[in-house]
Design a protein around this ligand. Structure first.
Ligand SMILES: [Fe+2]
Length: 317
């Protein structure tokens, strides 16, 4: 039998490798069967060749087949390519799903943290995301744009992380200087996420959600359709949610009052086309989402993310 010392050395060499996870069981089983009268080194070499040979046969078969007649060749190539492609696809899909699920979890956690610090409630984050998704679906936007909108909705105010509490939490009466600092949050947010390639498509919302249709917004004073579409959509739902919910410094408005405020900004603050589309579903969304507890909103947003990203988001957060 193989000595304990050699077994341990082999285990040490293989530890923390993917190879070990995949084939260690088989290798150890083969090594454990070494007859006492066989040289250990030779036996190890034989086992290694056997394992490598089997792996090669499984993984490299399409590249080493002997010449076949044309019919056999076509069928074999097709089968092998299908097998090989299927394995690679399964592996990459698994990895991609795991990464995506992790990213989506991180997105929700970050969104909640930002909303909690700024508005004192976690509900703002899932609710504006749900409102954005509903409006985007109503506008029949494509999947990629909706995915970008979801990311942007969660992270729209991430720049407020860099705003000091005495300014961020001041209910009213900001000085000009304080207002300028507060209004720097879209640029700050854009800077924070700019190094994350997966969030590149969230930049439209993060940087431009305070632009105004008439060009009087910030940070870039963009006007009309010069403002990215996702930012125009998000601006409407963000203000709708702010007006319709309680904040530490104000009570929530009722639906009719909120609707009136939004319509009054049609063509000024907001894109008139977006306001018209939102107005068609606003009552329904108000009844569906406003006043709902966090766990209900969170469950709904998780389901919506699964739908639009095609990935399972693990439970719990
Ligand atoms: Fe903002």
């Amino acid at each position: 039998m193989l000595s304990e010392k050699i077994k341990k050395r082999l285990e040490f060499k293989l530890q923390n490798t993917r190879l070990r996870q995949l084939i260690a069981g088989e290798i150890v089983a083969l090594l454990a069967e070494k007859p006492d009268d066989v040289n250990t080194e030779e036996y190890c070499m034989t086992v290694a060749e056997l394992v490598v040979g089997e792996l090669k046969a499984k993984l490299c078969r399409p590249f080493e087949e002997k010449p076949l007649d044309s019919g056999e060749k076509e069928a074999a190539a097709s089968d092998q390519a299908t097998d090989f492609d299927a394995v690679i696809k399964r592996l990459t899909t698994g990895v991609e799903h795991a990464l995506l699920a992790g990213n989506l979890q991180m997105l929700r956690a970050l969104g909640e943290a930002i909303a909690q610090r700024d508005t004192g409630t976690s509900k703002h984050s899932p609710r504006v995301t749900l409102l954005s998704i509903a409006l985007a679906e109503h506008l029949d936007l494509d999947t990629e744009r909706i995915q970008a909108l979801i990311k942007g909705s969660f992270l729209h105010d991430i720049g407020k992380i860099g705003i000091a509490d005495d300014i961020l939490l001041k209910p009213r009466g900001l000085t000009d200087e304080e207002r300028a600092t507060m209004n720097s949050h879209p640029q700050l947010g854009a800077m924070i996420i700019s190094s994350v390639s997966w969030l590149a498509d969230a930049l439209d919302v993060v940087r431009h959600h305070h632009e105004r249709w008439d060009g009087s917004g910030y940070p870039d004073g963009l006007k009309g359709e010069g403002i990215p579409l996702n930012a125009r959509i998000f601006a409407v739902v963000d203000v709708f949610d702010a007006l319709a919910s309680d904040r530490p410094y104000k009570d929530a408005m009722g639906f009719d009052e909120v609707r009136k405020e939004i319509l009054a900004e049609r063509g000024k603050y907001f894109d008139p086309g977006i306001v018209d589309a939102f107005d068609q579903i606003a009552r329904l969304l108000y009844n569906k989402y406003m006043g709902k507890p966090y766990h209900v909103l969170d469950e709904l947003v998780r389901h919506a993310m699964e739908t639009h990203f095609g990935a399972a988001t693990p439970i719990p957060l």
